[in-house]
Design a protein around this ligand. Structure first.
Ligand SMILES: [Zn+2]
Length: 430
């Protein structure tokens, strides 16, 4: 959960870094070769989503601070969330108060001083992780779409960004390693194009031709002029038989290497390689058989001109989750001592239309007066989910869709999401 550094210190310090239910210690000391490990959770007392454990639509105030947080081990976090009727808001609040009272009554001064120290360290660790994530969000999130939103732009854009923070070799690298540097931009371009053309991601997009009927495809090519030495922008060349006002499907990629310090003091964490892949759909242009008479659709104010099914949206998201493979291939070839883990973020943006005008959600129940969603995001430490692992990729997609629908005030959508993600491209492996 999101906590300020001050709230985090309070929470961990007052709980002496222990589970409020079983008093188990939640920090495993660092070893000679590994840093300390945090094995507990900062749990919500009242869920910040109305459908979550002890969620409460009437009182949405202050659900993010120390007051609404409790420190629990993994076991007891699951327990209080699985049994919200037993572990009501009152019971969980009481659990926290009793535990904090126990800490101040039972621990010695030096034990409490140790706990304060651990709390500070935890806050620092968490903050460093949070800073990296925030930087990723800020730098490569929806404010910087490859396909700029416009009135005539695509209805739906999904972005997958992978950042592999790490050292970047800025000078020439010995040729026997075959590593491309900032000094050889054209060679770098060729390398990225080759990697994209052979990527699983591109194969999966090619498979969409049978559904969305483009007539031909000329592979990836770099878009000249728009980039810098560090930035390469590319697009997949899709061709259509008819002249169209708007391209129905667009796939673009931006690869950034050796990001320099941007003055925010976070530049160090951003060195490395960032791969951003956008898939934009003009749903209205996709397919004639999706036009109004064939699309039975409960939307306001008017029927959607066309619609994706939830399963199609899940397929698109799953397809983009093969993008980390591209990032890893590129980092292996472009960076010395390529980092193996980074951050994965995925955003979905609907351009000025309601979710249900683009995605067919006719059988789902929605609370009246719900929010209008135009953006939804989710992120994860990477390589989790591992893109080559269909189960974790599909789990990520399912979680993503559930978050989206919950934010849009739908309810009882789990079955639909399960069905939609079960029909994803990865299903045959299960
Ligand atoms: Zn516990």
């Amino acid at each position: 959960m999101q906590l300020s550094e001050r709230d985090r210190k309070l929470l961990w310090g007052r709980a002496a870094s222990r589970c409020a239910h079983c008093q188990a210690e939640l920090v495993v000391d660092a070893t000679v070769s590994d840093r300390a490990s945090i094995i507990g959770d900062e749990a919500h007392i009242i869920s910040d989503s109305p459908g979550g454990p002890r969620g409460n639509r009437a009182d949405r105030s202050d659900l993010s601070g120390y007051r609404n947080a409790i420190l629990l081990c993994k076991v007891h976090h699951k327990m209080v969330d699985d049994q919200p009727n037993t572990y009501t808001t009152e019971v969980v609040r009481r659990m926290k108060m009793d535990h904090e009272a126990w800490v101040s009554a039972s621990l010695t001064d030096s034990q409490r001083a140790d706990a304060e120290e651990v709390a500070s360290a935890v806050a620092g660790l968490e903050r460093a992780e949070e800073d990296k994530r925030q930087h990723l969000l800020r730098s490569f999130g929806p404010s910087d779409w490859c396909v700029p939103p416009s009135a005539n732009g695509p209805e739906l854009i999904v972005r997958c960004a992978i950042a592999l923070p790490g050292p970047v070799q800025l000078g020439p690298i010995p040729s026997q390693r075959g590593v491309i540097t900032q000094l050889r931009a054209e060679a770098r371009e060729d390398l990225i194009v080759a990697a994209l053309n052979s990527a699983e991601l591109t194969q999966q997009v090619r498979a969409m031709q049978s559904k969305w009927h483009w007539s031909g495809e000329g592979g990836w090519h770099a878009l000249g002029g728009a980039g810098s030495l560090e930035l390469t922008r590319l697009e997949l060349d899709l061709r259509w038989l008819e002249q169209r006002i708007r391209q129905p499907v667009a796939l673009t990629c931006a690869v950034l290497t050796g990001v320099t310090d941007d003055g925010s003091n976070l530049g160090e964490q951003c060195h490395g390689l960032v791969t951003v892949i956008d898939l934009a759909l003009n749903v209205i242009e996709l397919d004639a058989h999706r036009r109004p008479s064939q699309v039975a659709h409960r939307t306001t104010p008017a029927p959607a001109p066309a619609a994706l099914t939830l399963a199609e949206l899940a397929d698109i998201l799953s397809t983009l989750l093969t993008a980390p493979d591209v990032a890893l291939t590129l980092s292996d070839r472009m960076l010395e001592d390529a980092p193996r883990d980074g951050h994965l973020a995925m955003w979905l943006m609907l351009n000025g239309v309601e979710l249900e005008r683009v995605v067919s959600l006719e059988n789902l129940e929605r609370l009246s007066g719900g929010l209008m969603v135009t953006r939804w995001e989710m992120h994860s430490a990477w390589p989790h989910p591992e893109p080559s692992n269909p189960t974790t990729a599909r789990g990520f997609v399912a979680e993503f869709l559930e978050g989206l629908l919950e934010k849009a005030d739908y309810r009882r959508f789990q079955g639909a999401v399960e069905e939609a993600t079960g029909q994803s491209n990865h299903a045959p492996n299960e």
